[in-house]
Design a binder for this molecule. Structure first.
Ligand code: NAD
Length: 577
């Protein structure tokens, strides 16, 4: 049976294109407006705490027009170097499009090699001073950053909704989850503690200290424009590093805004720089001799290349990659809770989350119990532009993404799956050019199908049916990814078995999207297998470790004439004993 949801999904979606402009309230601040102001300093570095008020130098095109005429430098998304927006001299640009309207929001430069060099050199200079700034002062800058970000949640959320497409509520969540890491970074001091052992030999003590690495690169994807950079920047900077951020070319303005707000919060010049571009810029950053660590979040294919390149260059690397997340429904699960959890986690954010549930694994006939309720709930979700009140499913990021998602669903149909809810024909009145796909449920999926093997990254839920928990575990553990998974059950035993045996790094028990909170006691984002390359997870205690290295000092302080400090067997004749 195929259910077409075109009409019901369009229901409730207004056509007030003009309301779009409420997110275009990032008024202009000229590059030079603050140059005459006094320059206070932190630890000898120039900072710009006056960097307040209107933050953006961007202007958006008319909302409903697909061919807006844009002119003037204000349309060019700037780089952010040395504490200020910097227009790129590049002649190569990518148009930045609103995914709900195709309105052109601006032009994103492919930074030139000289500009990448300038950003890294700025960060090198900043690092040399910033690493010497007292730890409590660095922590206070993070306190200030969290306050400035919190004050600007709506500004950032508006920007995210406009360039990324997700609903305002999801966009606020995007910022808040990043903010949690900023809050954790404000408590950096105890996380940098070293160790001390006295009298390791006569008159000799050994101690270790945590030191910053230098310039760190943050390479981030389109789907969490605030959260992903904030997985890296706060901990890296609080630990004494400087960061060059290269955001997705589809969400560059949120990144510049994060840097502007950091400058307002007191980040010294050069501690947080932003450059834009694609493959060439990423490679220039990764290959740069002064870049000591690379944090990448994005798709598996690109991430593996970045990992190999950075590792070959001797850098510290962490890469969070693609995913295929399963939610197991046991026969004793609370059906209402399951329906709500699946609808939210599969279709929320239009399925463009690395922790989205993309496979429901129904155990022991639960598919029959849940199916009709799930279809009804999913069919009732409101598809529309993220800024419209009531919208629950926004557009996909690009036309290409939409075409790819529809192709995968069509292919599943040809391979024998049953599309029990088809979102391909969804129409959003007034936004006919938007990249919308309605919630789609594909039943009868087997694990050889392309729709199962590929990360769909759209509002598409595959349904797999099995008889036992053991079989569910077999399916999940055979999948090459390992980001997130969940079980819904009222059995403590089943939950315990599942969390113990499943080969996935983040597990939810009656929680569909178990992304660990960055503020909760040092937990990080622990994807496994094909969903992660590296050794140390992003944020949390491992995140701090990633951005620091241990130096171990052995020191002898003796009375004059007692001889040099010597460790047993290492150059002395038992002098140290
Ligand atoms: P992407 O891989 O296309 O882009 C990520 C970054 O790499 C961007 O900055 C992009 O400009 C850059 N890039 C793109 N092509 C490149 C190339 N050939 N060489 C070097 N750099 C290149 O990813 P995306 O489409 O922006 O994001 C969606 C993907 O990210 C999904 O696969 C999703 O699962 C994944 N993701 C993973 C996590 C996680 O924590 N595991 C979190 C968010 C997103």
């Amino acid at each position: 049976m195929t259910i077409t949801i075109t009409d019901s999904l369009a229901r409730g979606v207004g056509v007030l294109a003009s309301s779009f402009s409420s997110f275009s309230s990032f008024s202009f601040s000229s590059f030079s407006s603050f140059s005459s102001l006094p320059k206070p300093s932190v630890g000898g570095l120039i900072v710009k705490p006056w960097f307040k008020g209107p933050l953006s130098i961007f202007r958006t095109a008319s909302s409903s027009s697909s061919s807006s005429s844009l002119s003037g430098d204000s349309l060019h998304v700037p780089l952010f170097i040395d504490g200020a927006p910097v227009p790129s001299t590049s002649t190569s640009h990518t148009p930045l499009l609103n995914p709900a309207t195709q309105a052109q929001l601006g032009l994103v430069p492919e930074a030139t090699p000289e500009e990448v060099e300038r950003a890294v050199a700025s960060s090198v200079r900043a690092y040399e001073s910033w690493r010497r700034v007292p730890v409590p002062t660095r922590a206070r800058v993070m306190l200030s950053y969290q306050e400035v970000l919190r004050r600007n949640v709506e500004v950032l959320a508006g920007c995210i909704t406009e360039e990324q497409g997700k609903t305002l509520e999801d966009a606020r969540g995007d910022v808040i989850r990043g903010l949690e890491v900023v809050e954790a970074a404000a408590g950096i001091a105890p996380l940098l503690l070293g160790k001390y052992q006295e009298q390791v030999a006569r008159g000799v003590d050994t101690y270790s200290v945590s030191q910053a690495l230098g310039v760190c690169a943050s390479l981030t994807p389109f789907n969490f424009p605030a959260m992903c950079p904030l997985w890296h920047v706060p901990l890296a900077v609080a630990a004494g590093n400087a960061v060059v951020l290269k955001p997705s070319e589809r969400t560059p303005r949120t990144a510049v805004k994060l840097a502007e707000l950091a400058a307002e919060a007191g980040f010294p010049e050069g501690v947080f720089n932003v450059v834009h571009g694609g493959k060439g810029v990423v490679e220039a950053i990764v290959d740069h001799g002064e870049v000591k660590a690379v944090s990448f979040v994005g798709s598996s294919g690109v991430g593996r290349q970045v990992y190999a390149r950075a590792a070959a260059g001797g850098k510290r690397v962490q890469c969070n990659l693609g995913a295929k997340n399963h939610l197991v429904v046991m026969p004793d699960a609370d059906v209402e809770a399951v329906v709500g959890a699946l609808a939210g986690s599969a279709f929320g954010a239009a399925g463009q989350r690395c922790m989205a549930v993309s496979v429901a694994v129904f155990v022991g006939g639960m598919g029959r119990v849940v199916r009709d309720k799930l279809v009804a709930r999913a069919r009732g979700l409101v598809v529309g532009p993220g800024w419209e009140a009531g919208t629950q499913v926004g557009p996909l990021i690009s036309k290409e993404s939409k075409e790819r998602v529809l192709r995968l669903v069509e292919r599943a149909r040809k391979e024998g799956a049953e599309v029990i809810l088809d979102g391909s024909g969804v129409e959003v009145v007034g936004y006919e050019r938007g990249n919308f796909v309605g919630p789609t449920i594909v039943a009868g999926v087997d694990t050889s199908m392309e729709v199962y093997r590929e990360e769909v990254f759209g509002p598409v839920l595959c349904v797999v049916e099995v008889d036992t928990l053991d079989e569910a575990l077999e399916v999940i553990n055979a999948n090459p990814n390992g980001n997130g998974t969940a079980i819904f059950t009222s059995s403590g035993y089943a939950a315990k078995e599942f969390q113990s045996r499943v080969e996935v790094g983040m597990v939810g028990v009656n929680v569909p999207i178990p992304v660990p909170s960055g503020a909760a006691g040092g937990f990080g984002f622990t994807g496994w297998n094909g969903s992660f390359s590296g050794d140390l997870a992003m944020y949390g205690a491992e995140g701090v470790k990633f951005f620091t290295r241990t130096k171990t000092v052995t020191a002898a302080w003796k009375e004059r004439g007692e001889g040099a400090g010597t460790m047993t067997g290492l150059g002395g004749v038992g002098v140290g004993r």
